[in-house]
Design a protein around this ligand. Structure first.
Ligand code: ASP
Length: 594
């Protein structure tokens, strides 16, 4: 089999596959030079493909010309080699790699392509800086951890597809060039050449299309789909990201939960983890009262309202409100903090008008020994636990809509910050374990104090609770939505809701959001019309695939699990985007850059 006739040559094995039982076999391997070790008479070359690497041996005394050829090879050259698998002796066996028991004695070698000296090597033990990695992403992706992450992503997506297809869901595509219907974030716009001055928008999610698919009779839809949001940049956000998007006709929330639990179980299994189902559930109200946040991390103890440990007089002395909760945060095994540590932690609590922090329990104990004994008991605090209190100030400034929630939320946020800061002491985050949770019955509206109006907490297509319908105008703040989130270890994996399927109610919600009928018509007219043609009750959810893969890969950033991500500043360093475009292109589009 002469290698010059490469056209005929078939790769017979992958570089990571060979084992002791292949000894004696002739193999054809193709891949990259991962490393060359020149010992004079013998040259070792590790040839690498996506499955791993195999050691090739070139012995001068066996074949002088071949040995010469091998000495010309450099890192990341692409080669083909024919040779015989040989078992290594015990002394030279490499226990660190799966192919460490064998090597291939090469008979023929062909250099398929050379490589410039790369800015970093896939096998480098020290990671190059991220800008370099993103600019030379094709080299970065050759690294073993990246190959693992991308393969894992494929397996997870496949497991989800298989699961959903297996229970009757169709994967249906929806357009990327669509109409601008802001859903909370800013749209990315695509100018139309044919209609100068008019624009398509890239979808923030397929929300309205999937609802229209329900109206179209496709009662179980899903799509693993790219979404685009021009949001203010934050460390771990991508302008384009992937959702596992689904929608069903005639479901109760329970049915949505069941489907999501099913595909998450399949996805986690693809990564080698088992999930317990059903996931526990908690209403938004319980989440706020017990954890002070809508995405509780169940790995650490709950908050406890210890107000009853104090008498109203004591609270008055402490200048705390007797009407609002007194919330104990307990984090195990952190121990007592020094004064310096406490001072350093204050900024994590922040300057607040709606809540006060008491972080010196020892001092409190001197003045109120009975109360502190009681609150220790109520919160279940052990001697080496960190204990702090968050309470409402005696003097309320302006009456917030929910001053009690404000206290719980201040405590919840501080709990998260402390837990993060002292992770090495309490170890709750290192012990693994996936604590899944459904948070249900979110508020329908959120008050925007700056804009002085109500916004949809989830999105305006979410159905309010039947029982709260009559409060839409009189008391929007108390209207609960049939909306739910799935939460994992303090991170929101996805949100969804049962939707409004009646046009009159949809119009009411738009009105409650301060949208005039004309405005609603202008923005969502097509959808309001569709609702009039026999819309079944429907609901669904969307989960972030990138985040799920990140968690399952044990990665620190979304960029580790997206093949070609953008930087935190929304730049693609490899292709160098965004860029200005030519005057000609702009002219054709009827656009003038200001
Ligand atoms: N479209 C929603 C979102 O992207 C999810 C949903 O309600 O299904 O957040």
């Amino acid at each position: 089999m002469p290698l010059d006739f490469l056209g005929d040559l078939r790769r017979t094995h992958m570089c990571g596959e060979l084992r002791a039982e292949n000894a004696g076999q002739q193999v054809v391997l193709m891949g990259w030079v991962n490393r060359r070790r020149d010992l004079g008479n013998v040259i070792f070359i590790d040839v690498r493909d996506r499955t791993g690497l195999t050691q090739l041996v070139f012995d001068r005394s066996d074949n002088h010309a071949l040995h010469e050829k091998a000495s010309d090879l450099r890192n990341e050259y692409v080669i083909a080699a024919i040779g015989t698998v040989r078992k290594r002796d015990a002394k030279t066996t490499n226990r660190n790699i799966p192919t460490g028991e064998i090597e291939v004695v090469v008979k023929e070698l062909k250099e398929l392509n050379e490589s410039k000296v790369p800015p970093f090597l896939p096998g480098d033990p020290v990671l190059a800086n991220e800008e370099m990695r993103l600019k030379y992403r094709y080299i970065d992706l050759r690294r073993e951890p990246m190959q693992y992450n991308i393969e894992l992503r494929h397996k997870i997506a496949l497991a989800i597809r298989n699961y959903l297809a297996g229970i009757g869901f169709f994967e249906i595509e929806t357009p990327f060039m669509t109409r601008s219907t802001p859903e909370g974030a800013r749209d990315y716009l695509v100018p139309s050449r044919v209609y100068p001055g008019e624009f398509y928008a890239l979808p923030q999610s397929p929300q309205l299309f999937k609802q229209i698919l329900m109206i179209s009779g496709f009662d179980k839809y899903f799509q693993i789909v790219r979404c685009f949001r021009d949001e203010d940049l934050r460390a771990d956000r991508q302008p384009e990201f992937t959702q596992i998007d689904l929608e069903m006709s005639f479901p109760q929330p329970d049915r949505v939960f069941e489907v999501v639990e099913g595909f998450l179980t399949a996805a986690f299994k693809a990564a080698g983890y088992e999930l317990q189902t059903p996931f526990p559930r908690m209403s938004y109200d319980e989440a706020i009262r017990q954890y002070g946040i809508d995405k509780p991390d169940l790995r650490l103890p709950k908050l406890t309202d210890v107000r009853s440990a104090f008498t109203p007089e004591q609270l008055q002395t402490l200048q705390l409100s007797a009407e609002l909760p007194v919330v104990a945060i307990r984090i195990p095994k952190i121990g007592e903090l020094s004064r310096k540590e406490r001072d350093e932690n204050r900024p994590l609590f922040g300057e607040r008008k709606d809540a006060r922090l008491i972080d010196d329990i020892k001092r409190l104990e001197k003045s109120f020994p009975d109360a502190v004994a009681k609150l220790r008991e109520m919160s279940g605090a052990q001697p080496d636990d960190l204990l702090v209190l968050v309470a409402g100030p005696a003097q309320q400034e302006a009456a917030a809509t929910r001053p009690d929630y404000a206290v719980f939320m201040a405590a919840g946020q501080f709990r998260v910050e402390l837990a993060r800061k002292y992770a090495d002491r309490h170890h709750a985050f290192h012990q693994g374990g996936f604590h899944m949770l459904w948070v249900t019955d979110f508020a329908m509206f959120e008050y925007d104090a700056t804009e002085k109006r109500w916004n949809a907490a989830h999105h305006p297509f979410t159905s309010p609770h039947e029982q709260d319908m009559d409060k839409l105008e009189s008391d929007p703040g108390s209207v609960r939505a049939l909306a739910y989130d799935v939460v994992l270890n303090g991170t929101e994996l996805g949100s969804g809701s049962i939707r409004i399927h009646r046009q009159d109610i949809q119009k009411k919600i738009f009105r409650a959001l301060g949208m005039s009928d004309e405005e609603a018509q202008a923005r969502f007219g097509f959808f309001l019309e569709a609702l009039e043609y026999g819309t079944p009750p429907h609901g669904g959810i969307a989960l972030g695939l990138d985040r799920i893969v990140m968690i399952l890969a044990g990665a620190e950033s979304l960029r580790e699990v997206i093949p070609f991500p953008k930087t935190a500043k929304a730049v693609d360093l490899m292709v160098d985007a965004p860029t200005p475009v030519s005057e000609g292109q702009l002219k054709e589009l009827g656009i003038k850059v200001r």
